[in-house]
Design a protein around this ligand. Sequence first.
Ligand SMILES: *Cc1c(COP(=O)(O)O)cnc(C)c1O
Length: 387
Amino acid sequence: METIKKFNEHVMATYGRFDLVLEKGKNQQATDENGKKYIDFGSGIGTNSLGYCNDDWVEAVCNQVKSMQHTSNYYYTKVQSEFAEKLCEATGYDKVFFGNSGAEANECAIKLARKYSFDKYGKGRHNIITLTNSFHGRTLCTLSATGQDSFHNYFFPFVEGFINVETNNIEDLKSKIDSSVCAVMFEFVQGEGGVIPLEKSFVNAIFDICKEKDIITIADEVQTGMGRTGAVLTSKLYDVTPDLTTLAKGLAGGIPIGACLANEKYSNVLTAGTHGSTFGGNPIACAGGNVVLDKIMNAEFISEIGKKSEYIINKLKNISEIEKIDGLGLMLGLQLKTKKSVDVVKEALEKGLLILTAKEKARLLPPLTISYEEIDRAIEILNSILK
Ligand SMILES: *Cc1c(COP(=O)(O)O)cnc(C)c1O
């Protein structure tokens, strides 16, 4: 209680927190200040992709801390060069810009898209289409991009130049794309919006129209990227190649990082002085990212994600309180019949299981390393709450 009291006295109350003080973790389990253990099906909102303190990750990160923690981007570091090369090879992109969060990754993509359009077409072609129910971050610009009215309060004036298209509505998309539009930005699976995958036909429509009109496609894979859905990038599952892809959450295994990837056509739009970040590409984050990528690029590791997903879904199907299961891979949203998801989160916590909500749904984002035994125990707990 001491910690919670101190916390609330000195930390701004921007989050509705649960009464739980976490102290440490190992692999897929967290331990609170009283020594109680929790199976983790939230992974710090999809960031701890390899769980807590994975041995290989700890070794790489600690070695980096001991040799050099930061340099600024006025100099080169080997670890950033290696991570950038590995990331581009793994994703098929040409170049990357590193920041420290999802919002920053999206800011970079937005700036890049507008600059490309300005350089080629001049002023006035700056609008970016985003989707209803999307989430792109908490900075003023990415809040403006976010397609949910509930986020557009208090902070006026918001950044201009975002047009919302109704998710999965091809007619609405066609009617709003005009000569003022330079980019379309979307999540393949809307995460914060409630774990809602886009329809394949809608995604195809975005790519067809954008190609025809030299409009940039921006995939916000901050939550869906880096193995979360069972592929390195979710764009592979949809069989499309966005011009820009943004990454963050799971990219460095729990160290702050963000990345904006660009294909060759867009890889030289941002030039010296047009964009930057003091911490971006920090050596410690890159060292963590290298280990995450090494694991994900292992074919067996990545195929296990799909198998675990199927295993979880098949077990959840037997719980009658669950109306519907949405999502891809290890990013799942459970629509409940009668229970409120936040109450389920609280009950699960008492029983030693950490899960999340997404809108009215319960959300599961376990570490990609979750074991079948831990899945069994987690589902037993969920079953005992939902039966
Ligand atoms: C979490 C999230 C963001 C914002 O990331 P931050 O690191 O909190 O800035 C942006 N887009 C999507 C899809 C996200 O899930």
